[in-house]
Design a protein around this ligand. Structure first.
Ligand code: PMP
Length: 408
């Protein structure tokens, strides 16, 4: 063993208990396989950026490298550029949320917002409530702060509020350890389900009754393929901490998201952010600002919606056609994902190797639960990235793999 190798070994012994306990993201590990040309990937939640018009992107980017270069290449304030925050305030107004630019802080994607929320609110052992399953990136972000995460199942109408009430009764009123409830009410990741208006209203009432913060994560809200708009939780109560991002309506390569929250909360998040990165990318913010201000982005959004709707329809049709009656799945009205449940004896993590050999990958369900024990018989399949023909072929291949596992 070389001395450099020895040093490396010793350094890993110094890693914190928290990081040692972190599990690698199943999706990240799958990205390598997703690049193989013989594999059809239903694993990642990547938007199809090839749908973006080059002229609009070039126009927005040109502003950052010519007219506003001195700003774009400089440090900015921790809260982010006021012009970009104005754009986000306008985007939220379209959704029914009234929020001043001053009540927004710009983050490096919604992912950084999740980490900052964990950093701002959580001490070890504090209680966080989430949907179960939930976005694995949120679980990764929160788990660094060692909370006690309680998962509430969903059905086609979103989080089961009756089960939430039962959990809250166990936790008790004004329990100082209960900090926040994290929800993705629109086209949930990984479930694809949407919380109905009555449940949203009741959730806000419960947050006041039991004294917890509602954190609403809404990356997919504008990607609705059928049904009518449902008012965000933030439109029902100004106390809600709302997370937005441009990743799914523009481009995730520009790391730009935001938190809209009451000013007391924002000033604490600002403090947490200073130690993380001082400020977000000024360059990205200038590009984003010009894209939403100076280009016909709504037309591009319509193109996204039309394309993803066709892919969603292709997936649901293929599932109906090829999947065995033992499987059940959600029928999303928008977003990127379908959640599939198989008989309890099927382990989707170990089945992944067989799926890979058949030329298809998906995300096993256990990663979407904090303990990694639940969800073993489920999987998330994404329809956002592949063509309808590929989706049909992938579901056919997957059905054959599942068929082999069934105890008939
Ligand atoms: N929240 C949810 C529910 C997501 O699905 C994602 C991305 N897949 C994020 C947050 C992070 O998005 P961003 O690219 O804005 O960091």
């Amino acid at each position: 063993m070389t001395s450099a190798h020895l040093k490396f070994e010793r350094a890993t012994e110094k890693v914190s208990a928290c990081v040692s306990g972190m599990r690698p993201s199943a999706v990240r590990n799958l990205f390598a396989a997703a690049n193989r040309s013989d594999i059809i990937s239903l694993a990642g939640g990547m938007p199809d950026v090839s749908l973006l018009p080059q002229s609009a992107v070039r126009k927005a980017t040109k502003a950052a490298w010519s007219d506003e270069m001195s700003v774009a290449l400089q440090y900015g304030g921790t809260d982010g550029r006021i012009e970009t925050r104005r754009v986000f305030s306008d985007l939220m107004r379209d959704e029914g949320i009234r929020c001043k630019p001053e009540n927004i802080i710009i983050t490096s994607g919604a992912q950084q917002a999740l980490d900052l929320i964990g950093k701002t609110f959580l001490d070890p052992g504090d209680i966080v409530i989430t949907e179960g399953p939930t976005y694995l990136g949120a679980l990764q972000a929160f788990s660094a702060y060692e909370p006690d995460i309680r998962c509430i199942p969903f059905d086609e109408a979103g989080m089961r509020i009756d089960l939430l009430e039962a959990e809250l009764e166990r936790i008790g009123k004004d329990n100082p350890r209960l900090k926040f409830l994290y929800t993705i009410p629109n086209f949930q990741n990984p479930g694809g389900v949407t919380m109905v208006p009555e449940r949203r209203k009741r959730l806000i009432e419960l947050s006041k009754e039991y004294n917890f913060i509602v954190v609403e994560d809404d990356p997919y809200g504008r990607l609705r393929y059928d049904g009518g708009h449902v008012l965000p939780l933030k439109a029902l109560s100004d106390d809600v901490v709302y997370l937005g991002t441009i990743s799914k309506v523009f481009a995730p390569g520009l790391r730009c998201g935001w938190v809209a929250a009451p000013s007391g909360v924002l000033s604490k998040i600002n403090l947490a952010k200073q130690g993380t990165d001082l400020c977000g990318s000024s360059f990205d913010q200038v590009v984003v600002e010009h894209y939403f201000r100076d280009t016909p982005w709504q037309k591009t959004l319509q193109k996204f919606v039309k394309t993803y709707r066709t892919r969603r329809d292709a997936m649901l049709k293929a599932l109906d056609e090829y999947f065995p009656p033992e499987a059940t799945w959600t029928r999303p009205e928008g977003g990127f994902f379908v959640w599939v449940t198989l008989p309890t004896y099927v382990d989707t993590s170990s089945m992944l190797a067989e799926a890979l050999a058949s030329g298809v990958i998906y995300t096993p369900g256990d990663g979407f639960f904090p303990d990694g024990k639940r969800g073993r018989n489920s999987m998330r399949i994404a329809f956002c990235y592949e063509s309808p023909e590929n989706i049909d072929e992938a579901i056919k291949r997957l059905a054959a793999v599942i068929e082999e596992k069934l105890e008939l």
